[in-house]
Design a protein around this ligand. Structure first.
Ligand SMILES: C[S@@+](CC[C@H](N)C(=O)[O-])C[C@H]1O[C@@H](n2cnc3c(N)ncnc32)[C@H](O)[C@@H]1O
Length: 349
């Protein structure tokens, strides 16, 4: 994917990404920061660490909680070649606040964390609590030989994926995707709380579950009546609100005109019915319908995210459809020998 890394001058935030997918974690955090920061500046410090100028604690926490592929998010403290001097900018007196802290890392061993912990303890007069700290300092080694330090009052994230895995839902189909990927696809569309999110090929509702959990007004479209009913059942099963789940054909038109963001997993292969059309034909119809459904009178940037097999040439389709969308970035996901998926992020022009 294209990298728009820009250096961040001071303060801001630090995010540590999970390492299981090559480009998706950075794409996701980039999309989230871009949707919340006024004038986003995002700097990559190696593959796993990202620094940005997002500085509000509330927004840092929102981005951290929303991101599927983020392990830690907090305020940026410092960056240095020398581990002990990471603590130099710390001005807080944790003893008067009665607060405890812990130092942890995804890239450094316990001994190094302990060394830094001793320096932070001397500087802040805080108590160390490895079990239940009030503050977590995360320290990471980055490829240029430096270390970077971040601070969070909320600690590390707790993942709840298991309870939402496809087989744990009331209605199951083998084509259902896992909540982590579903959440990332929603986040790539840059929709925010209260905005209208659409999944035009919603199947069992995996993306709608994640968008509703994050506070979007979720709309699903599904051509098969009993599957649409199953998607409703799944949202109700988690006591989640949704705007509408409509039985309709997204390859010909979409029943909405002012959608804020779209993400979808287009039908292909045998696992999900394509109603006689090829994936390529479905995408043709969908792109034209999506451009009409993303009408906006304001300057707001709108994105449509599509996941499809790598055998389809989307770029060709975009130019033959009058460039109503511009390709912003692409991610490749290897599934097995015969299937690589492409996740394309399209910006409505
Ligand atoms: C790949 S599956 C989506 C799976 C979904 N992401 C999930 O996790 O359950 C694609 C869905 O699109 C539906 N579909 C096929 N053609 C359609 C069309 N023209 N309009 C709307 N839905 C369609 C299929 O019935 C199928 O449920």
């Amino acid at each position: 994917m294209k990298s728009d890394s820009a250096s961040v001058e001071e303060g801001g935030s630090m995010f540590v990404l999970s390492g299981e997918e090559l480009t998706l974690p950075y794409g996701e955090i980039n999309a989230l920061i871009s949707s919340y920061a006024d004038n986003p500046k995002i700097e990559r410090l190696g593959n796993r660490v990202v620094r940005s100028n997002l500085s509000s604690n509330v927004l840092i926490e929102t981005v951290t909680q929303r991101a599927a592929y983020c392990r830690f998010g907090g305020s940026f403290v410092s960056i240095s070649k020398d581990l002990p001097s990471l603590a130099s900018p710390l001005e807080i007196d944790l003893s008067t606040l009665g607060k405890s802290f812990a130092v942890d890392s995804f890239s450094l061993d316990l001994e190094k964390c302990g060394e830094l912990g001793a320096t932070i303890k001397a500087k802040t007069k805080g108590k160390v609590s490895l079990e239940n700290p009030d503050y977590v300092f995360d320290v990471e080694a980055i490829p240029d030989g430096r270390y970077v330090l971040g601070l969070s009052p909320n600690g590390y994230k707790e993942f709840q994926w298991k309870s939402r895995r496809p087989r744990a839902r009331k209605f199951f189909l083998p084509s259902a995707i896992y909540p982590k990927l579903a959440r990332c696809l929603v986040n790539l569309s840059q929709v925010k709380e209260g905005e209208v999110f659409l999944d035009p090929f919603c199947g069992t509702g995996s993306l709608l579950i994640e968008s509703s959990l994050m506070g979007m007004r979720s709309v699903g479209v599904e051509i098969t009546r009993w599957i649409a009913r199953g998607a409703r059942l799944n949202l109700i099963g988690f006591s989640l609100p949704y705007e509408a789940i409509i039985r309709s054909d997204s390859a010909s038109s979409l029943p909405l005109t002012h959608v804020d963001g779209i993400s979808t997993d287009v039908p292909y292969g045998r696992a999900s019915s394509t109603k006689g059309l090829s994936t390529s034909e479905i995408l043709d119809g969908f792109i034209s319908a999506a451009s009409e459904s993303m009408y906006s009178s304001s300057q707001k940037k709108k994105f449509s995210v599509v996941m499809y097999p790598s055998t389809v040439n989307l770029e060709e389709k975009l130019s033959s459809q009058g460039n109503s969308f511009q390709l912003k970035e692409q991610h490749l996901l290897y599934v097995h020998r015969n299937l690589t998926r492409v996740v394309s992020v399209l910006q409505r022009m």
